[in-house]
Structure formats: structure tokens, C-alpha cells
Design a protein around this ligand. Structure first.
Ligand code: ADP
Length: 485
């Protein structure tokens, strides 16, 4: 099985979001299973690419109607693996301070930049004489890959390759004015409601959803949700039309970086067999947060972007009342200015119970995961979510809105049997949030044995990339079988 993995970002080379983590972790996990996978991405400025091997020759990438772009190609490997990463070196497109544009903005030529990446990835495979069985594209930036495979590649060496398109974030679809279509090099016959046209605009993700051999997203529940108007961002009809071709595969986590037995950021190591280190971490966290060091009080943590996706507006309506319960709350996040202002002000006013850090700090994120008793994620939508997975691994029971990957990974506490790994609520309202946190806190005070059992159960879950890679491999085989007939 040969897979060309096309991505606009990849850890450790370039990252703005979860796609980069997946791109850095999935290919090595696939390689460990015997899949021959090669990654293609842009050569951005800002990292030390002097070490990369410069391949001979110049890659010629067809652009627009009859145009061409030329680029160099450099090659490196994903750390700790033999997986090759090819970097398309086009300085005018990628030698910029940001990947997609300054915060809140997009570069005016993003369509050309990522059409170049998509077409360039296919041109590269041909130039290398390496014919993949599957081309795996991700998010809007590479959404033209499946479209090109079905159109401009017709009759060429890549025409037999299956395509898999993975949606990591449906909120960004690559929408451009219809008059920009010529930039893609595709003919006007593709600018129609059944392909690239969507509500009078050019929509790259729609093109991928129509053209890819198979589709996937990053959790089974999110795969179902995005087929409904509430979660579909306007593409629910298209996705529902491909219901049987749309899989949901949970992301794995980096189990080396997030390992409570070997985490250099935390005060003491711990494991499912011996949780005494976790109590040390809790005391250290309370101290770091300037909260009273009390072992008996439950600490609730929250780390994440303070945006409407994460439901922090709903939390804002419940938090003051929650702080009247005997609990402590620590929050680490950045995001919307109003949210930062709200939590900052409340932390000053309720400093005996609530601490808020409004910046980005990976070490502190680890210490919150390790030192908290519960971890709150009241997400409005959550394609997969990583923090609840880290929490489970750190015996920090998640309190979640049951949506997307949160619904797939957190099992609700069952008072009758003691089963479960966390606490879930369905309605995204301040009342439901308040009640569910209250339920967790009351369980903490009155049923500590159940909490201890849930902690051990949580720590025993397997969210390794190897598991996810196995599912992707099966999907690749399905895609190949479909493509070949
Ligand atoms: P999303 O990708 O939607 O932001 P996830 O839960 O999937 O949400 O992943 C968020 C990641 O970013 C986690 O690794 C989390 O710890 C980290 N993170 C978010 N905000 C911060 C912050 N302020 N400081 C440190 N880490 C953060």
C-alpha cells in the first residue's frame, strides 16, 4: 500500500492546529504497520530547512489555464521515523510570516497558493515515478487533490489512484469568489452545484466531498453530526448524500508527550497502580494557582481556546454560581477578547476559588491535566478533541458536552453500576452545565470509591496512534477496491 499524504501543515515543521499533529503522527504510525507513506507539504519560512536534502531538478506545476509554476523540492524525514517529507519550495507563495494569513485575515492569493500545493503534490509523484495507491488529502487547503485526480489527471499515471479526503475542521471550507475559478485550472463545466459551486461561490471542500473516493473525519459522532444542518456548515446535504462513504476515525494522542509516568512538566509521576503522585501534582497546581492547598476540595481544570466552539460563553453564564460550590477552578486559555476579559475579571473577584491564566503555556497545560480532578469541555462542537484524551490518561475525569469526539471517548458515569469515565450533558445551556458539574462534585464528596474506579478505567484506555492507523489502513484498502472497481 503506497500513500501520498498531502497536507498544508505538519509537526514539527509548521503548525496552526490539530491537522499538524495528525500529519506528524499518523504517517509514522502507518509506516510502522508497513504502509509506504510519503508526505508532501509547502516549505514555509521560519524553520531551519538548511538540513533538508535538495533534490535535483525543478518541478513544473501546471497553474491556471495553461500557466506553469516552477519550484524546487527538498526532502526530510519525520522525526524518529523513515517517513519522507517532500517540501515544495516556492518562495513567492510560502516565504511569509504566517501559513494562511495574519490573525483573522487570509492572504489574498490563498487559492493560488493551495491550488499550487494540491497540483504540485500530484506533479511530484509523477516526477518521482512513484505511483501511490491512495492520495490522502486534508482540509480545504488540499481539497483540490481529489478534484484534480478525477479531472486533469484523467488518462495519466495517477488516474487509477484512489483519494481519501479527511475533514479536520468543517468550519473552514476554502470559499472564494466564483470568478476565481480559472486560478484552479479547472474548466467552467466544473463550476456547478454538483461540484465546486456552492451558494454562488467557489467552495473547494465541496469539490472534495463530491470527488473523493472516500471521505473521513476525526470521530464517528462528528461524522454523523456533520450530515445535519446544525453541524454541517452548509455542506450537510452533500455529506448526507455520501453517508456510506464517510467514516469517522478518532485521532490518537502522542503517548510519549502525554505520559504521567514520564512527564518532565509535572511535580511527581503517577500511574494507575499508584496515584499518590497525582495528589502531589494537585497540591503543586493549587500552589501555582495561588489557591488554598486543600486535598479534599475537587479541582476542575479547563485548557483551550476561549472561543464559541469551546462553549466558554455558556460557561461564563454558569461560573459565578458554580464557584459557590465547594470547588476550585483553574483555567488556561487564550481567545476572544470578551472571554479573556470576563474570566480575568472573575478570577480577580473570586481569587479564593478561581484562577485564570490568559496565555499559551504547554508546561502549565500538562500541570493542569495532572493536578486537576476533573476537566471541563462544554464544547458547542468538537470534531475529535485532544484534551479529554489527555485528561483520561492523567486520571482527570472529563465533564463534557456529549458532542463529536467527546461523545465517542467519554463514557457517562452510571450511578447504578459505577461504570463510566466521566460526566456528560447534552443541552448546551448554563443550567445543564451547572447541574453536571454539580453532579461530578457531589460524586466526589459522596462516592469517592466510584471516582477512584473511574480513574483507573480512564487510564486504561488506548488512544494510541497505532489503533487509528489500523483504521486508516483499512479505509485505504476500501478506497482502492472502490476505485478499481
Ligand atoms: P482544538 O484543536 O480545537 O484547539 P483540542 O482539544 O483538540 O482543541 O486541542 C487543543 C490543544 O491545544 C491541546 O493540546 C491543548 O492542551 C492545547 N492548548 C490550547 N490552549 C492552550 C493554552 N492556552 N496553553 C497551552 N496549551 C493549550
Amino acid at each position: 500500500m503506497k500513500v501520498l499524504y498531502v497536507t498544508s501543515e505538519c509537526v514539527p515543521f509548521a503548525k496552526t492546529g490539530g491537522l499538524a499533529d495528525v500529519s506528524g503522527a499518523l504517517p509514522p504510525a502507518l509506516a510502522a504497520r508497513g504502509v509506504e507513506v510519503r508526505v508532501v507539504m509547502p516549505l514555509y519560512s521560519g524553520f531551519d530547512w538548511g538540513e533538508l536534502e535538495r533534490l535535483d531538478g525543478t518541478l513544473v506545476v501546471p497553474m491556471g489555464w495553461g500557466g506553469r509554476a516552477y519550484c524546487g523540492v527538498r526532502m526530510g524525514r519525520l522525526p524518529g521515523s523513515e517517513v519522507r517529507v517532500y517540501f515544495l519550495e516556492h518562495h513567492a507563495f510560502f516565504d511569509r510570516p504566517y501559513l494562511y494569513g495574519p490573525p483573522g485575515e487570509a492572504y489574498g492569493d490563498n487559492l493560488a497558493r493551495f491550488a499550487f500545493l494540491s497540483r504540485g503534490a500530484l506533479a511530484l509523484a509523477k516526477a518521482l515515478g512513484w505511483t501511490p495507491d491512495v492520495v490522502h488529502a486534508n482540509d480545504w487547503q488540499t481539497a483540490l487533490v481529489p478534484v484534480y485526480a478525477n479531472t486533469v489527471e484523467h488518462g495519466g499515471p495517477l488516474a487509477g489512484a484512489a483519494t481519501l479526503f479527511t475533514i479536520h475542521n468543517l468550519a473552514y471550507q476554502g470559499v472564494f469568489g466564483g470568478d476565481a475559478l480559472p486560478v484552479t485550472g479547472l474548466g467552467w463545466e466544473h463550476y456547478r452545484g454538483e461540484e465546486l459551486e456552492h451558494f454562488g461561490a467557489l467552495n473547494l471542500m465541496k469539490g472534495a466531498c463530491v470527488h473523493a473516493t472516500l471521505l473521513s473525519t476525526v470521530s464517528p459522532t462528528y461524522a454523523r453530526e456533520i450530515q445535519t444542518p446544525a453541524f454541517g456548515n452548509g455542506l450537510d446535504g452533500v455529506l448526507a448524500g455520501r453517508s456510506h462513504d464517510l467514516a469517522g476515525i478518532l485521532n490518537g494522542i502522542d503517548t510519549r508527550e502525554w505520559d504521567p509516568q514520564r512527564d518532565p512538566h509535572i511535580a511527581a509521576p503517577f500511574s494507575a497502580d499508584d496515584l499518590t503522585g497525582k495528589a502531589v501534582c494537585k497540591g503543586a497546581l493549587q500552589e501555582e494557582a495561588g489557591l488554598p492547598v486543600r486535598d479534599e476540595v475537587p479541582v476542575i481544570g479547563l485548557v483551550g481556546r476561549l472561543t464559541s466552539q469551546k462553549g466558554v460563553d455558556v460557561l461564563a453564564h454558569a461560573l459565578d454560581r458554580l464557584l459557590d460550590l465547594d470547588l476550585q477552578f483553574v483555567l488556561l486559555g487564550t481567545g476572544d477578547r470578551e472571554a479573556e476579559h470576563f474570566f480575568g475579571t472573575l478570577a480577580a473577584r473570586r481569587s479564593d476559588r478561581f484562577a485564570a491564566w490568559l496565555h499559551f503555556d504547554n508546561g502549565r497545560a500538562h500541570r493542569i491535566e495532572a493536578g486537576s480532578d476533573f476537566f471541563l469541555m462544554p464544547s458547542r462542537y468538537e470534531p475529535c478533541g485532544l484534551n479529554q484524551l489527555y485528561s483520561l490518561r492523567y486520571a482527570t475525569l472529563p465533564i463534557v458536552r456529549a458532542t463529536g469526539g467527546l461523545a465517542d471517548t467519554v463514557a457517562n458515569f452510571d450511578e447504578a453500576t459505577g461504570d463510566g469515565t466521566g460526566f456528560r450533558f447534552g443541552d448546551l445551556t448554563p443550567e445543564a452545565l451547572y447541574d453536571t458539574v454539580g453532579w461530578a462534585v457531589s460524586t466526589w464528596y459522596h462516592r469517592r470509591g466510584d471516582i477512584e474506579q473511574m480513574r483507573r478505567r480512564a487510564m486504561a484506555q488506548d488512544f494510541s496512534w497505532d489503533h487509528a492507523a489500523g483504521e486508516y489502513e483499512a479505509l485505504y484498502h476500501r478506497a482502492v477496491a472502490r476505485r478499481r472497481g
